[in-house]
Design a protein around this ligand. Structure first.
Ligand code: C2O
Ligand code: CU
Ligand code: CU
Length: 491
C-alpha cells in the first residue's frame, strides 16, 4: 500500500537504539485502565454521535453564510460529571448548545463561505480554517489578524476552491484552546459523486479527565513531549459511540484527527479501508489499507464495505504505532461500535475516475528550502523545547517566497519522535520519505515526518501573505516548532 507501510517497515528494520524512555509504564497502564472503564460503562449520553449542521443564512445557492460563536460550555464525557469545555455553537439557532466538536459546516466546491464569528470565551482567540486555501486575511493566525478579544467579533470570508475534508480551530494558545474542545469539521463536496449507503464523519480526539469528569488542569512534561494524550478516546465528542449499520453497506467515512498529540492508527478487523482522499481532496488512484495512520491535523476519506451477519458488532479500533520515544503499546483500543441491524440495499457502481492530479514539475534546479526539526528534552522535570533550524518561534526569521514559484521543502527530522508538519495556505506533494517515493500521490497540507527521517515535498507558493508552518502537535508548535513564510505577489 502506501508510503506509510514503507516507513513502518523501515522502522522495523532499524535497530532500536538507546532511545530515552519518557513514558513510565505505570502512567500508560493507568491511562489504559481508565480508557477501558470509560468504554465499558460510558453509555451515559444519548448515543448520537452526529455533528449538527450549522444553519446557512444566505439564500444564494453558492454562498454559505453562518454565525459561529465560541463560549464556555458543559459536556459530559463520562458518568462522573460534566466537564467545563470551550466549544463552538451555531449563533443563528436560538438556544443552540455549544458542543465538542462544534457544528458541521458544509459547502460545495466553489462556494463562498462567510463566517460571522463572535467570541464569548473568557480568553481571546481566532478561527483558523485548516487546509483551506483562504485569502491570507481569513487565515486566522496572528500573522493575519489581531486576537479577537472576549466579546469581540471577526468576519472570515473565503471561496472553497478545493473539495475535501477540512477543519476549523483557534490559532492562539492552540495547545490549550483546541484541547478544551474548540474544533469542528468543514466538508467541501465536489466531484466525483460516489454512490454509498451511508456517509459518516468522524472527528477523533482524546481528553485527559480527572476522576470528577473535569478536564485535567495540569500539564506535565510528558504532555508536552508527546502532545497531551488523554485517558479517554472520543469520536465526535463521545466515548464508546454505538452506531447502527447495515451488512453489505458501502459506507464513506471522513476522518479528522483533532487531537493535540495522539496518533490514531485505525483498524476495522476483517475489513479493509479503501482510501479515496486525504487532506486537500480526492486521490487520483484510491488504495487499500488494513491500517490507516492519521497523525494530528491530517484528514482521510475512506470507503468500507461492511461484512458480517445481522446482529454482529464491528469495532473500529486504534492500534499501536511507533511514534518514537519508546511509547509503549497499550493494545488495541475501541473507538466506536457498529451494530449490523439489517442488510443494505445495493448501490450504484463506483466511479472510474477520481481526483485530478498533475505532478508538480520540479527538477534538479528547483530551489530547496531546508528545515531541520529538533527537540531538547531538557533536564528531568523541565519542559522539553522544540526548534526549526535551531530557532524557537516567535524568535525566528520568516522565510520568503514569491507567489506561483515552485520549491522543494526538505524537512529533516533529527528528533527521536515523529512530527506532523503542517503548512498553511497551500497544498503540497510529497516527493519522498527517507529517500523512498510514496506509492500514492495526492495533495497534502499536513504530513507525518517520521523520527530520524527526511521528508521532501514540492510546493507551488500560494496567495500573497504570511503563512504559518508548524508541527501539529500543538504543544510543540506553541513551544517553538513554528515559523512562517512571507509570500510576495508575482512581479
Ligand atoms: Cu491546524 Cu496552523 O493549524
Ligand atoms: Cu492550518
Ligand atoms: Cu512535533
Amino acid at each position: 500500500m502506501s508510503s506509510r507501510r514503507a516507513h513502518t517497515d523501515r522502522h522495523r528494520e532499524r535497530p532500536r537504539a538507546r532511545r530515552r524512555d519518557v513514558l513510565s509504564l505505570s502512567a500508560v497502564a493507568f491511562a489504559a485502565a481508565v480508557v477501558a472503564t470509560g468504554c465499558s460503562d460510558g453509555k451515559k449520553e444519548p448515543a448520537g454521535g452526529e455533528m449538527t449542521p450549522i444553519r446557512d443564512l444566505n439564500p444564494a445557492p453558492d454562498i454559505v453564510e453562518v454565525n459561529l460563536i465560541a463560549s464556555e460550555a458543559q459536556q459530559r464525557f463520562l458518568a462522573d460529571g460534566p466537564a467545563t469545555v470551550w466549544a463552538y455553537r451555531d449563533g443563528s439557532v436560538e438556544g443552540a448548545r455549544a458542543t465538542v466538536p462544534g457544528p458541521l459546516i458544509e459547502a460545495s466546491q466553489g462556494d463562498t463561505v462567510i463566517v460571522h464569528f463572535r467570541n464569548e470565551l473568557p480568553d481571546s482567540t481566532t478561527v483558523h480554517w485548516h487546509g483551506v486555501r483562504v485569502p491570507n486575511g481569513s487565515d486566522g493566525t496572528l500573522a493575519t489578524q489581531p486576537e479577537v478579544a472576549p466579546g469581540g467579533t471577526f468576519d472570515y470570508r473565503f471561496v472553497v476552491v478545493d473539495a475535501g475534508t477540512f477543519w476549523y480551530h483557534p490559532h492562539v494558545r492552540g495547545d490549550v484552546q483546541v484541547e478544551r474542545g474548540l474544533y469542528g469539521m468543514l466538508v467541501v463536496k465536489g466531484a466525483p459523486d460516489v454512490a454509498v449507503n451511508v456517509e459518516r464523519r468522524f472527528i477523533l480526539d482524546d481528553v485527559k479527565l480527572e476522576a470528577t469528569g473535569e478536564l485535567s488542569a495540569t500539564t506535565d512534561p510528558l504532555d508536552v513531549m508527546l502532545g497531551r494524550q488523554g485517558n479517554v478516546l472520543l469520536v465526535n465528542g463521545t466515548t464508546a459511540l454505538e452506531l447502527r449499520a447495515e451488512s453489505g453497506a458501502r459506507e464513506r467515512w471522513r476522518f479528522v484527527n483533532a487531537a493535540n498529540g495522539r496518533y490514531f492508527n485505525l483498524r476495522l478487523p476483517d475489513h479493509t479501508f479503501r482510501v479515496i482522499g486525504w487532506d486537500g481532496g480526492m486521490l487520483a488512484q484510491p488504495y487499500d489499507a488494513d491500517a490507516l495512520l492519521i497523525a494530528p491535523g491530517e484528514r482521510y476519506e475512506v470507503l468500507v464495505e461492511l461484512r458480517g451477519e445481522v446482529g454482529a458488532k464491528l469495532a473500529l479500533q486504534t492500534v499501536y504505532y511507533d511514534r518514537g520515544h519508546n511509547v509503549p503499546d497499550p493494545g488495541p483500543q475501541d473507538l466506536l461500535t457498529l451494530k449490523l441491524t439489517d442488510t443494505a440495499p445495493a448501490v450504484a457502481a463506483l466511479p472510474t475516475a477520481w481526483g485530478e492530479f498533475a505532478t508538480l514539475p520540479f527538477d534538479d534546479t528547483t530551489p530547496v528550502q531546508k528545515l531541520v526539526l529538533t527537540e531538547d528534552e531538557g533536564s528531568p522535570g523541565q519542559d522539553p523545547q522544540f526548534f526549526i533550524n535551531g530557532r524557537k518561534f516567535p524568535d525566528v526569521e520568516p522565510l520568503t517566497g514569491t507567489e506561483d514559484d515552485l520549491a522543494i521543502w526538505s524537512v529533516q527530522n533529527d528528533s527521536e519522535m515523529d512530527h506532523p508538519f503542517h503548512l498553511h495556505g497551500m497544498l503540497f506533494q510529497v516527493i519522498d520519505i527517507g529517500g523512498v517515493k510514496p506509492a500514492q500521490t495526492g495533495w497534502k497540507d499536513t504530513v507525518n515526518v517520521p523520527q530520524k527521517t527526511t521528508l521532501r515535498f514540492a510546493v507551488r507558493y500560494g496567495a500573497p501573505g504570511e503563512w504559518m508552518f508548524h508541527c501539529h502537535i500543538l504543544e510543540h508548535a506553541e513551544r517553538g516548532m513554528m515559523n512562517s513564510i512571507r509570500v510576495g505577489a508575482k512581479p
